[in-house]
Design a protein around this ligand. Structure first.
Ligand SMILES: Nc1ncnc2c1ncn2[C@@H]1O[C@H](COP(=O)(O)OP(=O)(O)O)[C@@H](O)[C@H]1O
Ligand SMILES: N[C@@H](CCC(=O)OP(=O)(O)O)C(=O)O
Length: 267
């Protein structure tokens, strides 16, 4: 089935939305929101997949010092609180640019069942038709796949964003990270690492260049981004990994320009 040429899915990670002390990075969030609102004004349909619920919730609950900080129940509790705060912030910032947002929380089962999948697609399409910006996250409080595991198909918001892009038949998926793109080795460990501008086939040799998460706040690292890119590109969706600290590159990206690393879509 054909892709929607003007539809774009943007995924943003915790490391872009929060600072080193775990608090919301308001300037980064506002700049991202402004760019997305502007892109929508230019005639594009925008879906945002946003992480950050656990980090924001932990901060709000002052959980940093707790010994049980990392237990599943505490992470899920933090997500329940943080998801509220995150959406409050998005609603407020997008509202400043005259935009309406919607919250969609998903689990793997929601995509696996044909009927649920169809309902979900209809909801996305109806929202986009009305000019609403859907904001998606995994429903962390009832499912722990992405909190717990980096290897599951649905195990990370990188993968979730790819699943959403396929479901909504978006032309492009942009994964905003805390780094400029995909390098020939992890730049945090190898300072001479070189950015790869374009990858046309994601095979074992590409996977062998990817390492794990860079910050305490990020999860998955480049490996989950490659898995996400593999699913999206095999459905014809161009996938771009670039730095969330410069959301303005999205203006170029929607027009087909280069930024970060492009994984070319093919059917
Ligand atoms: N080949 C690679 N190229 C770029 N970054 C890599 C590579 N291998 C591992 N990484 C790490 O992946 C991190 C980005 O992923 P992650 O920590 O999950 O953050 P986020 O979810 O915010 O994108 C980078 O900061 C980097 O340290
Ligand atoms: N669903 C979790 C995020 C999990 C995740 O994939 O995080 P990240 O690596 O920052 O994109 C949350 O909202 O905290």
């Amino acid at each position: 089935m054909a892709l929607y040429n003007n539809r774009i899915v943007v995924k943003v990670g915790t490391s872009t939305l929060t600072n080193d002390s775990g608090k919301s990075d308001l300037r980064a969030t506002d700049r991202l929101v402004c760019t997305l609102a502007d892109i929508q004004n230019m005639g594009y349909e925008v879906i945002l997949v946003s992480s950050g619920a656990i980090a924001v919730g932990r901060n709000k609950l002052n959980m940093q010092g707790r010994a049980d900080n990392n237990t599943m129940r505490m992470k899920q509790a933090a997500a329940a609180v943080g998801q509220c705060s995150l959406m409050y912030l998005y609603d407020k910032f997008f509202g400043d640019y005259d935009k309406t947002v919607a919250q969609i929380l998903l689990n793997a089962e929601d995509i696996e069942q044909e009927e649920k999948k169809e309902n979900l697609t209809n909801t996305f399409n109806a929202l986009l038709e009305m000019g609403v910006i859907p904001i998606v996250n995994e429903n962390d409080s009832v499912s722990y796949t992405e909190i717990e595991s980096e290897d599951r198909l649905f195990g990370d918001n990188d993968m979730l964003s790819s699943v959403v892009a396929v479901l909504c038949r978006a032309k492009r998926l942009v994964i905003l990270s805390d780094i400029d793109g995909f390098y020939d080795s992890d730049p945090r460990l190898h300072p001479n690492a070189k950015l790869i501008e374009q990858i046309d086939a994601i095979d074992e040799s590409v996977y062998s260049l990817a390492g794990g998460a860079g910050s305490r706040r990020g999860t998955g690292g480049m490996r989950t981004k490659l898995q996400a890119a593999q699913l999206a590109t095999s459905n014809g969706i161009d996938t771009i990994v670039t730095n969330g600290k410069r959301p303005e590159v999205l203006y170029d990206i929607v027009r087909g320009g280069k930024a970060g690393t492009l994984f070319t879509g093919k059917l």
